[in-house]
Design a protein around this ligand. Structure first.
Ligand SMILES: [Ca+2]
Length: 385
């Protein structure tokens, strides 16, 4: 799902803005637009960030790691370097899993937020009190649909265009002004172009947010419904929906305090549009926490058949993975597999890695990989399970 802006919708507005430059009304207008922009979800802020390999390896001093916006993966070489075993210098298995998974979340799941960023590079096409609309634009690749992005500022005591202002975002603290924002990325079949410009739109993604002190950081939630996209675009291959809750704070300018990022995602029969043929939709839960000191935690839970290609064991097992890392990148991963064909049995895997992500300890209860290393070398002593 990608869009391209129509030049004819953008050009006249650009000219209008230039004409208005310098007069106080125009400056107020731009300040107002900026307030809306700061409340829109930001693909960069909501990128899941992991400690990046190489920073420590190159200079051997023990210092906090640089975090990679790309989930730590800088190329397929690193992706394939998941051997796990310390003896061949491979990266720890569960760190590697976390790395690959977060990369996929950034690209395939939160990637749709890039759309919002592209949209917001242009001035709004319509402005009303407490409301802004960007677009519409035609879809870029398939041209089966048009898109637009809509925002409303929800203020107590003011009249609202939609009922999405009824409740503030769950789990977010409002400021003294009690203001929050509602937004939606909307899609409409090309066949509906004969309707009036306000009719027939379906909310593909919608959310509520409370921006943090005028920055792109803040607290909010959004839901992305691929089935709704498909209802307007029969060529859409993705399925299901996602519910994302987030709470983010910017780093200190001098980096003495790193950014804080908490993201929780619920996958509901979700299948990305670019998934390989035969991939099944997933129900899963994903939690990511990056603390101010750059330590963090990743948790993933799903039901999946882990006995691949065995028709006698086709029941879905419950898979739980929790990985944690400290300020310097050293961490541990704990995995629990239960239910499904395991019936009453429970299988575990435990692993620890050092600040270069090399395995220092591994053990499991189901013969997946041989035991190695020493648990005493783990930076985290306690098991998650
Ligand atoms: Ca199974």
């Amino acid at each position: 799902m990608r869009i391209k802006p129509f030049f004819f919708t953008v050009m006249p507005l650009t000219i209008l803005l230039f004409q208005g430059c310098g007069d106080p009304f125009s400056n107020d207008l731009l300040r107002e637009d900026a307030r809306f922009l700061s409340a829109a979800p930001d693909a960069q802020v909501l990128q899941v960030k992991l400690p990046e390999q190489g920073t420590i390896a190159m200079n051997k001093t023990r210092q906090p790691l640089v975090l990679s916006d790309d989930g730590g993966r800088t190329g397929d070489d690193q992706f394939n370097d998941c051997a796990g075993s310390a003896s061949n210098g491979g990266r720890a298995l569960w760190y590697c899993f976390t790395d690959n998974f977060t990369h996929d979340v950034n690209q395939g799941v939160l990637g749709f937020l890039d759309l919002v960023d592209k949209v917001l590079e242009y001035p709004p096409s319509a402005r009303a009190n407490n409301r802004r609309i960007w677009g519409p634009w035609p879809g870029e690749e398939k041209d089966a649909t048009d898109f637009r992005f809509e925002m409303e500022r929800c203020e107590p005591g003011t009249e609202q265009a939609e009922d999405w202002c009824k409740e503030p975002p769950n789990g977010c603290k409002l400021g003294n002004d009690r203001v929050f924002y509602a937004y939606a990325l909307e899609v409409r079949s090309k066949q509906k172009r004969n309707l009036s410009s306000d009719q027939g739109w379906v909310k593909a993604m919608q959310g509520l947010s409370v921006p943090f002190e005028g920055t792109r950081y803040g607290c909010g939630n959004l839901d992305f419904d691929v089935d709704r996209v498909a209802s307007e675009d029969p060529t859409e291959k993705g399925k299901g929906s996602l519910l994302v809750q987030y709470d983010t704070r910017p780093p200190q300018a001098d980096q003495s305090i790193g950014e804080y990022v908490k993201i929780d995602i619920v996958f509901n029969q979700f299948l990305p549009g670019d998934a390989d043929e035969g991939t099944e939709p997933v129900d899963a839960q994903y939690n990511y926490l990056l603390e101010n000191d750059r330590s963090g935690q990743f948790a993933y839970e799903t039901r999946a058949d882990l006995d691949e290609n065995n028709p006698l064991r086709s029941a879905k097992e419950k898979l739980e993975i929790v990985t944690r890392w400290n300020t310097f990148g050293a961490g541990r991963g704990d995995v629990r597999i239960s239910k499904g064909d395991l019936k009453d049995m429970v299988a575990y895997s435990h692993e620890c890695w050092n600040q270069d992500f090399g395995r220092v300890y591994y053990e499991d209860t189901f013969g997946f990989q041989p035991k190695e290393g020493d648990e005493a070398l783990c930076e985290f002593e306690s098991w998650t399970f």
